[in-house]
Design a protein around this ligand. Structure first.
Ligand code: AMP
Ligand code: MG
Length: 353
């Protein structure tokens, strides 16, 4: 299959091209498209054959459900058997935007789309190209991140092409992605709302609207005995090709520990890399040092994290070290993704060490 790449800018969209992209979805094909979180790999959410194609293109296990993307509030009702009050409040506060809600599904949604579950995850993205494309596609676009299963989610169209060339009909190149981490997922099917995946919309933001919100305990704890409630969180994910270790502690101690390890790795002939904050970017003696952004602005870190992981692969880095972040606010989502990329390998340095 030939994969066509078309360009779309939020400021001047080409309607004819978007209609063509929408027609690909209506005809059962797949189109990758930009959203504010990461690039999505879209298919018709109401067509079981399209969902099967998504799993095949990504190499994704078919028990890992897809998020259904909509472009207006009226399109929610047909997807679900019930709209709880909490969903209405959250939609008012955060839609369109980087929040996914898990709700009881209606008959309209095929089990292929929900990985066999009776619930459906729904999101209304705010990206102008995404909204226009979803409308042209018929209103219901199932879309996981547009990477091969296990690879970091793409935040640039060139990484979508790298993973999906020859596997899907079309890629809409909408340029760089503003947020860079997948949506926050909140489950509204239980008594208490629960965050299944942290994201740009933080626990504190949700609690401001809903009161108490639980968080799946497996999100940051690799040793937790419970199974994550979002099936996708059970798989190793977001992994660069090199092995990775996160080092946590006081800045000076982290720098000297990483540098000590880098020296040993170099001795062993390994190509090394560090994911650094802007504050420390000049302190590391690695072959490749990537600046993720300022520790003072964690949104910057979120936006560049996946790109930096991909760049480590581009530069054939075999051993990666990363600085660590607090688990407050958006830091929780950053640490969740970093821990997954590192296979939960983290070294915590004692205060006085
Ligand atoms: P991705 O599409 O790559 O952003 O992954 C979608 C995430 O949403 C995966 O972790 C899924 O397991 C999760 N998800 C989708 N639908 C549901 C659902 N009905 N219940 C729980 N988690 C879901
Ligand atoms: Mg994904």
């Amino acid at each position: 299959m030939r994969t066509e790449v078309i360009k779309q800018e939020c400021s001047c969209m080409n309607e004819e091209e978007l209609k063509r992209a929408g027609a690909v979805i209506r005809n059962g094909g797949l189109v990758a498209f930009p959203t504010e979180t990461v690039y999505g790999l879209g298919g018709d959410a109401l067509n079981p054959e399209s969902s099967k194609k998504i799993y095949a293109a990504k190499g994704r296990p078919s028990d890992n459900p897809l998020i259904v993307h909509i472009c207006c509030m009226e399109d929610l009702e047909p997807l679900v058997s019930e709209i709880p009050e909490a969903a209405v409040k959250l939609a008012e506060a955060f839609w369109p935007g980087p929040l996914t809600m898990v709700l009881p599904k209606s008959q309209l949604v095929p089990k292929e789309t929900t990985g066999g579950l009776d619930t459906v995850a729904v999101r209304m993205p705010s990206h102008e190209v995404a909204k226009a494309f979803i409308r042209e596609a018929g209103g219901y676009v199932a879309a996981p991140s547009a990477n091969l299963s296990g690879r970091p989610s793409p935040t640039q169209a060139r990484y979508v092409l790298e993973d999906m060339d020859g596997r899907i009909e079309m890629i809409i190149d909408g340029g760089d992605i503003p947020i860079g981490l997948e949506s926050t997922i909140v489950d509204l099917t239980q008594e208490e709302p629960m965050i299944l995946r942290p994201g740009y919309i933080t626990a504190a933001m949700l609690e401001e609207v809903l009161g108490k919100v639980d968080t799946d305990p497996t999100i940051l704890d690799g040793t937790c005995k419970e199974r994550p409630k979002a099936p996708g969180m059970r798989y190793r994910h977001y992994a660069p090709k090199g092995s990775m270790l996160i080092v946590e502690g006081a800045s000076k101690a982290v720098i000297s520990e990483i540098n000590r390890r880098l020296a040993a790795d170099k001795e062993a002939g390994l190509r090394t890399g560090v994911l650094a904050t802007r504050e420390n970017v000049d302190a590391f003696g690695a072959d490749v040092v990537k600046c993720m952004g300022s520790r003072e602005k964690e949104e910057e870190i979120a936006t560049s994290l996946y790109r930096c992981l991909r760049e480590m692969d581009d530069e054939n880095v075999e051993r990666i070290y990363s600085e660590s972040f607090s688990t407050n606010g958006i830091g929780q989502a950053i640490m969740n993704r970093l821990l997954k990329a590192a296979g939960h390998e983290i070294l915590i340095l004692e205060e006085d060490a």
